[in-house]
Design a protein around this ligand. Sequence first.
Ligand SMILES: NC(=O)c1ccc[n+]([C@@H]2O[C@H](COP(=O)([O-])OP(=O)(O)OC[C@H]3O[C@@H](n4cnc5c(N)ncnc54)[C@H](OP(=O)(O)O)[C@@H]3O)[C@@H](O)[C@H]2O)c1
Length: 276
Amino acid sequence: MITSINDCTTLNNGVKMPWFGLGVYKSQPGEEVETAVRLAIEHGYRSVDTAKLYNNEEGVGKAIRDSGIRREDIFVTTKVWNTDQGFDNTLKAFEASRKRLGMDYVDLYLIHWPGTRLYKETWKALEKLYKDGYVRAIGVSNFNIHHIETLLADCEFVPMVNQVEYHPRLTQTELLAYCKSHNIQFEAWSPLMRGQLLQDETIRRIADAHGKTPAQVILRWDLEHGVVTIPKSVRKERIQENADIFDFTLSSEEVAAIDALNRNERVGPDPDTFDF
Ligand SMILES: NC(=O)c1ccc[n+]([C@@H]2O[C@H](COP(=O)([O-])OP(=O)(O)OC[C@H]3O[C@@H](n4cnc5c(N)ncnc54)[C@H](OP(=O)(O)O)[C@@H]3O)[C@@H](O)[C@H]2O)c1
């Protein structure tokens, strides 16, 4: 059972990754992201999820350096963007991300979206970065089963993580079961469906029963499913609220009631049809 913000999942290469972290998509570069990361670390967060696309890697790196927490005690994820895919481009993009973060290494490097043509070459570059010791773990994001199967057909390392859209309206049961059976850690993006689920009656009822908020119930539901979760906020009270999920559990009936809210509804693009 997950009972502390410090609890970690063990990835398929033995590296430990916190079950809970801060997302920073749309956190503005500079003061906004720096403050969010600083507040999160003060409230016990030890994992931050950024990407080249978010244009805030510098601020993430600065806030971590200024926090006084040792680098090895914070888990940092960043991602290679679609236009940087391919073997050589990915190596260059990684080096640029690493410099912007101001770090010797990154904990987890992900392929942000599969695209259609280059992700196998991109994966080879991630494998090289892993073998050369620049990243402690490598993984994918927005990969469906067929994308992962293509990689598995000829890869040296099975991805350690698949980060996908996941919330009570998009429960991705088949993909989740597939990742579990292949020892690929499943990670939820937009776990709060960007705030769209907080009025849901079922979630509110469960929240009231526990004296918790709807956001806390949704994030706890991720943990009950063995899913890493990285809610984003730039507001102190929400950063604190989202992390206060380690002193209660959901019953199997409550988990099932939330599972039943699935409508296969996305807030982001579909990995099989996106075109950017
Ligand atoms: N791999 C990918 O393709 C991908 C795609 C999307 C996101 N991500 C990652 O996943 C992270 C989380 O996803 P997300 O940012 O899209 O959405 P999210 O975490 O589901 O929701 C964030 C939104 O909800 C608000 N919020 C946060 N906590 C709240 C609370 N307790 N009560 C009410 N509202 C709350 C935030 O506003 P305030 O900031 O104003 O509090 C923000 O508008 C991202 O930041 C990013 O790191 C990855």
